[in-house]
Design a protein around this ligand. Structure first.
Ligand SMILES: Cc1cc2nc3c(=O)[nH]c(=O)nc-3n(C[C@H](O)[C@H](O)[C@H](O)COP(=O)(O)O)c2cc1C
Length: 374
């Protein structure tokens, strides 16, 4: 692993990654204009794309979800590496700082296959986290969803959209921001404002993140389906018929998940779900002490190989709800995709599209490998 350089360098700060990245194979893909034409040649085999994502034609409905692609240099490099869906990391209505460095650690669950099960005691007792990035890769990420000011991200997102090759689309991700003194109405309005700012960039659709601790320490918006329903109504009033996908964390209870679907898709405000985000765990070092420094960071979200079982379970349950209710929506399967077999597994349980964050960070060739496997 020592000679391998992930395109997001976990040994540098978020700010340095934003200013200097991407690294490794993604940096090489960006170097030189010739790469652009090479990319469109190898980004998809068919002359006419056969798949779609929220109504847009794509070569293969596979790509990278919100997170490691910090700006248009990263998303453009992802396109050139054959990822036909490249998500621009979640933006906000205002500039927002990043949690202190380090933001990423390697995570080592106890089970033989390295998986973590939602609700298991291990998540509260502590999971070993350190800097030994072994494969198959699992990491924690603790960023706090930083954002540039809209004056910075709007023109950059516009450039990112324009850099997509044939059969490729830029996926914008946004979320609302809860700040001190805000009423619930203000909070709802902040989502609508941010959606409008995204739409102004020329976005063809957007993903709204409800899966990060934006409701306070470890509280997720997606655990309040009725509030998500009200927010998506306000967002729809701003963006009209522009398709909206909601990013969900793992939701253990089927009734809660169905309520989420009925309060959004059922009211005509949402056209898809992207799931899952990370699974929260207490992270400890080899001596059992808190692994990430600072208050409020005893727990952090785990992603990568460890959460594939949870992601597949969530997608299968969403597909069953789609079948049961007869409601029409797309499912974007995310969580622990590190190989072509994992892509196939998500498709099998009902995902219309698939994405990989951690797996792609540690294997820049992942999209090409999946295409070669089909
Ligand atoms: C470095 C990093 C940053 C992330 N930032 C975001 C984010 O800003 N918004 C979001 O919705 N998800 C974010 N995520 C979560 C991913 O989109 C994804 O849901 C999660 O990592 C599970 O997929 P994986 O197992 O393929 O990594 C981030 C993930 C990583 C690894």
């Amino acid at each position: 692993m020592s000679d391998f350089e992930p395109f997001y360098d976990v040994n540098r700060t978020y700010e340095d990654n934003y200013a200097q990245g991407p690294f490794g194979a993604f940096a090489q893909a960006l170097a030189g204009d010739e790469a652009a034409s090479a990319a469109s040649a190898d980004s998809g085999s068919a002359a006419t794309p056969t798949a779609t994502f929220l109504g847009q034609p794509v070569n293969l409905a596979f790509g990278i979800p919100a997170g490691p692609l910090l700006n248009s240099r990263y998303t453009t490099a992802a396109f050139r590496m054959g990822f036909d869906l490249a998500t621009y990391k979640t933006v906000r209505s205002r500039a927002w700082g990043c949690n202190p460095f380090p933001n990423v650690l390697a995570v080592h669950p106890k089970s033989a296959d390295g998986s973590l099960t939602p609700g298991s005691a291990e998540l509260d007792e502590g999971v070993l986290a350190d800097t030994n990035y072994d494969l198959p890769i699992s990491i924690s990420n603790s960023f706090g969803v930083p954002s540039q000011d809209p004056d910075v991200w709007q023109p950059d997102m516009k450039a990112a959209i324009a850099a997509a090759g044939p059969g490729q689309v830029l996926v914008p991700s946004f979320q609302g921001s809860r700040v001190e003194g805000m009423s619930e109405e203000d909070y709802i309005a902040d989502h609508a404002t941010t959606a409008r700012l995204v739409k102004e960039t020329g976005a063809k659709f957007m993903v709204m993140n409800t899966s990060c601790p934006n409701e306070g320490h470890n509280r997720l918006l997606c655990h309040n389906p009725l509030l998500v329903g009200r927010i998506t109504e306000a967002v729809k009033r701003e963006i009209g018929d522009t398709p909206l996908m909601i990013k969900l964390a793992y939701i253990p209870n089927d009734d809660d998940l169905e309520l989420m679907v009925r309060s959004t898709v059922g009211r005509g405000t949402v056209q898809g779900f992207s799931t899952i985000n990370t699974i929260s765990a207490r992270l400890v070092d080899k001596d059992g002490n808190q692994a990430l420094p600072g208050a409020g960071r005893d727990r952090s979200g785990v992603c990568g190989n460890a959460i594939r079982g949870a992601g597949l379970d969530m997608v299968a349950r969403l597909a069953a709800i789609r079948e049961k209710t007869g409601l029409d929506f797309e499912i974007n399967g995310v969580g622990g995709v590190v190989s072509p077999a994992d892509y196939a597994a998500y498709k099998k349980v009902g995902a219309d599209s698939v994405m990989s964050a951690t797996g792609a960070m540690w294997d820049a060739e992942l999209a090409r490998k999946i295409k070669a496997s089909l």
